[in-house]
Design a protein around this ligand. Structure first.
Ligand code: GUN
Length: 288
């Protein structure tokens, strides 16, 4: 392997430590404790793991964690009523409704019911619009974490060719906006892109966020490129066990890339660290 490993785990630990220091100061100097409410609907195993991890890290940072677990069959109205209650609660500075939601619930309606000032996921249309117009917004946590890793490794991103593979509202689109904000030349490639390999091979920065295990191989990567792998896919390891892999075939991409994030230990830990940072920011803005 020739690529530099971008250690998201260590970077995220640094962010969490800074957040914890900030939180301690807010409590000591102002008597304020940031609070994050996480709403989980149903029993999706992956979502349960994420929510448990978010709650644990929130408490470890010295913040209040409010967990709301609702039955899969909860009505849209009951979910909207809970969001309204959290919006009105002064102890809650950040609200996160874990996605995906069950099919009978209109996720867009629920997200847009969240007070944009408490929308620590940055998914509310107001925050999407603010980000798209270069204004102060709550920025979605995963793309924000990717941007931090890129800036840390590359310094200025200005003028670089960036390709985002994937067009989701959670990662692909906001990632593209952030890279554009840093003056990259940005292309979004997706399932209908005619020759995604050729498009990706142009990238100085390649962000893979498609949710397809090891889809990107070394022959998709420009020599020396910085590769950010957002994928977290659990695959059959062949021995009755499973293992986590990214959207990039790590060994083959690492032979060509200049730098690459591992899975696990790359982008994943950055997401929750940025969530804690966003919650602290929301708290400070609420009490400015
Ligand atoms: N599901 C997968 N990623 C996310 C995320 O970043 N936020 C929320 N709310 N749900 C998710």
């Amino acid at each position: 392997m020739t690529a530099t490993l971008l250690d998201g785990k260590a970077f995220a630990a640094g962010i969490r430590a800074r957040v914890a220091t900030h939180v301690a100061r807010l409590r000591e100097d102002h008597g304020i404790t940031p609070g994050l409410a996480v709403v989980l609907v149903g029993e999706d195993p992956a979502s349960q793991v994420y929510v448990r991890s978010k709650g644990k890290q929130t408490v470890e940072a010295g913040m209040n964690s409010f967990e709301h677990r609702l039955d899969t069959g909860v009505s849209e109205n009951d979910l909207l009523a809970l969001v309204a209650q959290l919006n009105a609660d002064p102890a809650v500075h950040g609200i996160l409704v874990q996605l995906p939601l069950p099919a009978h619930v209109d996720a867009g309606l629920v997200i847009d019911a969240i007070d944009p000032a408490k929308d620590v996921d940055g998914f509310h249309v107001s925050n999407v619009g603010l980000l798209g117009t270069g204004q102060k917004a709550m920025v979605p946590c995963t793309p924000l974490g990717c941007l931090m890793l890129l800036r840390d490794h590359l310094g200025s991103l200005s003028g670089l060719e960036a390709v985002v593979l994937g067009r989701s509202n959670i990662v692909g689109k906001p990632m593209a906006q952030l890279l554009l904000g840093d003056s990259c030349t940005v292309t979004i490639a997706h399932s209908r892109t005619r020759d995604p390999q050729e498009v990706c091979r142009r990238a100085d920065i390649l962000v893979a966020a498609v949710g397809r295990p090891e889809m990107v191989t070394g022959d998709w990567v420009k020599p020396g490129a910085t590769v950010i792998d957002v994928g977290i896919n659990r695959i059959d390891a062949g021995d009755g066990k499973t293992r986590l892999v990214g959207d990039c075939a790590f060994d083959s991409c690492a032979e060509v890339a200049g730098a690459i994030t591992p899975v696990p230990g790359g982008v994943g830990p950055m997401t929750i660290a940025c969530l804690l940072a966003n919650t602290t920011t929301a708290c400070c803005r609420a009490h400015n």
